[in-house]
Design a protein around this ligand. Structure first.
Ligand code: TRP
Ligand code: SF4
Length: 531
């Protein structure tokens, strides 16, 4: 199967390890000291990350590599480690593999021209759409107005450009949906509901907002939360949000809000009282040690067991106290449905729907014959049947930021550092020709030592864009470079020509898409007052 081929190519792809390993922090460190503690993730700050590894350790983003195998027909950005991290992407990958409902959504602030960094996200949306996911692209006009101070006229102009490029790259507007935040009433309504579950202290902690922060800026945050959950309004489904890691604070908040909206929380328990995860794992331990399902295990006996064998461990003190207080109550593993926001009808419906042995309390129901997954599914079904949303926590995937062509970071305010999708093809050619490279001082040295492809923005252009789906070509450039067979002059000439061709082709397609865009149901002229 083609899937297998891809894996093999992915596995032997040399620069993937270099891109992912990143221990020395060479290229992706963007020149700053390796290991520097510059890991604040700020959605409105400058988009640099000094050390991608810290994102795993400090923020709990997971390594994409670990789940690459689960993805059918993975995109080249996945195979090459450009998409380096994720949250909960397995839920989406499973649907892509097995054919259930899934969605993809990302948003763009129309603050300037769309550039080759945005192209990565456009490609990610389009790829998911081609794999069968419901696809959404949105213009974050409220955010651009509130957080960046753009006028509506500027926003209208740039919005068109983003949409044309997304269409030109292959987004199917008949299958997918394009919208702008300001005119999507459903998004606004959902934002309002979500706003009831978040408060200012939290915004302060997450985003560093303070007494000077505009109310509209805060509103743009709840709007983004609504964007992220919007694909689940008709029906809950695993949804992936492809973004840069600077957006991770938004993703985490959206995952929290999705959970806070749920009618029921499904957890595990061992007796009538609540316990922390650490306490629960000790209780499981005691339960098994004392004979498990075959024995009649009592809480007080479990307390004794923990006192004897687990004193001092994390959670032991709490577990022992709770178990001792419960005395002769039987200790038995069970699934617990906690009532979070359920209406009384929904709570009754849940009780009726739980099969097998169950015990009903004021604010929870314990089920003895359900697995965790069955319980999750049941909780969602009852919620949706009773007028709730039943949201899945949204998933995310994170891509690396491209290095600027002039070294340092790619910045929209430094035209030479990036290539706009609207640049004249000749201008694109010139920018590539003028780019910084990872080459040596002299040709002789380059032949002897090889070039430093891992530190070369031109190599990045090949890997992120110019080589397209052709892993062999990207590998060849890499190996020829580090092997000293490739010299920068010729290499840049080739890249510049490919860039010129890409831009010419892309712009031709953009023109063809003008008509298509006219047919799309989206307001291209803001109905708002100027200013
Ligand atoms: N905040 C994003 C940015 O800075 C734009 C955005 C708005 C977005 N809503 C979104 C991104 C939903 C992903 C999903 O560019
Ligand atoms: Fe970069 Fe190409 Fe020079 Fe290697 S040969 S350092 S990839 S420009």
């Amino acid at each position: 199967m083609p899937g297998d081929d891809h894996r093999e190519e992915g596995d032997s792809f040399p620069e993937r390890t270099n891109l992912v390993a990143d221990e020395g922090g060479v290229r992706t460190d963007g020149g700053s000291a390796a290991g520097a503690d510059d890991v604040a993730l700020d959605p409105w700050g400058s988009a640099t990350v000094s050390n991608y590894r810290n994102l795993f350790e400090e923020f709990g983003i997971e390594e994409f590599d670990h789940i690459l195998d689960e993805v059918p027909n993975p995109h080249y950005l996945m195979r090459r480690g450009v998409i380096f991290g994720h949250r909960d992407y397995s839920a989406v990958a499973e649907r892509l593999r097995e054919g259930g409902d899934a969605a993809v959504l990302s948003g763009f602030m129309p603050t300037g021209d769309p550039h080759i960094g945005h192209k990565m996200v456009f490609d990610e949306i389009i790829w998911h759409q081609k794999q069968g996911a419901d696809a959404y692209g949105l213009i974050a006009d409220l955010e651009a107005h509130a957080a960046r101070g753009l006028s509506w006229a500027e926003i209208d102009e740039h919005s068109r450009d983003y949409l044309l490029s997304l269409l030109a790259l292959g987004f199917d507007p008949e299958e997918g949906e394009l919208y702008r935040q300001s005119t999507n009433r459903e998004v606004q309504d959902l934002a309002f509901e979500l706003g009831a579950k978040a408060n200012f202290s939290e915004f302060e902690a997450i985003y560093g907002f303070d007494g000077e922060t505009d109310v509209s800026h805060m509103q743009s945050v709840v709007t983004q939360m609504a964007d992220i959950l919007y694909p689940q309004l008709d029906e809950p489904k695993p949804t992936v949000i492809p973004v840069g890691p600077d957006q991770d604070p938004h993703v985490r908040l959206a995952r929290d809000l999705a959970a806070r909206m749920r009618f029921f929380k499904v957890t595990e328990a061992f007796a009538s009282f609540e316990a922390t995860p650490a306490e629960r794992s000790l209780m499981r331990e005691a339960y098994e040690a004392l004979g498990g399902a075959d024995a009649d295990v009592r809480c007080e006996a479990a307390a004794d067991h923990l006192r004897a064998d687990h004193a001092g461990e994390v959670g032991a003190e709490g577990a022992i106290e709770k178990l001792a207080n419960a005395g002769k109550e039987p200790l038995r593993p069970r699934i617990r449905f906690l009532d979070r926001n359920a209406t009384s009808e929904a709570f009754d419906a849940l009780i009726a729907a739980v099969d097998g042995e169950k015990r009903v309390f004021d604010e929870h129901v314990d089920a003895f014959d359900l697995t965790h997954d069955e319980a999750e599914e049941l909780a969602r079904e009852v919620e949706v049947d009773n007028g709730g949303y039943g949201f899945y926590p949204p998933s995310s995937i994170y891509h690396r930021f491209m290095t600027g062509l002039t070294g340092g970071k790619m910045s929209s305010s430094v035209p030479a550092s990036h290539i706009s999708l609207l640049d004249d093809p000749e201008e694109g050619y010139d920018k590539v020709k003028a780019a910084t490279t990872g080459g040596r001082e002299t040709a002789e040295e380059q032949r002897r030592l090889g070039g430093k492809a891992d530190e070369c923005p031109v190599y990045e252009l090949y890997a992120y864009l110019l080589a397209g789906d052709d892993d062999e070509f990207a590998t060849e450039v890499y190996e020829e470079c580090v092997g000293g067979e490739r010299l920068c002059g010729g290499c840049k000439e080739q890249a510049a020509e490919l860039m010129e061709e890409f831009l010419a082709d892309h712009q031709e397609k953009r023109e063809e898409m003008e008509e298509v865009l006219d047919e799309v149901d989206i307001e291209l002229e803001s109905p708002r007052r100027r200013g």
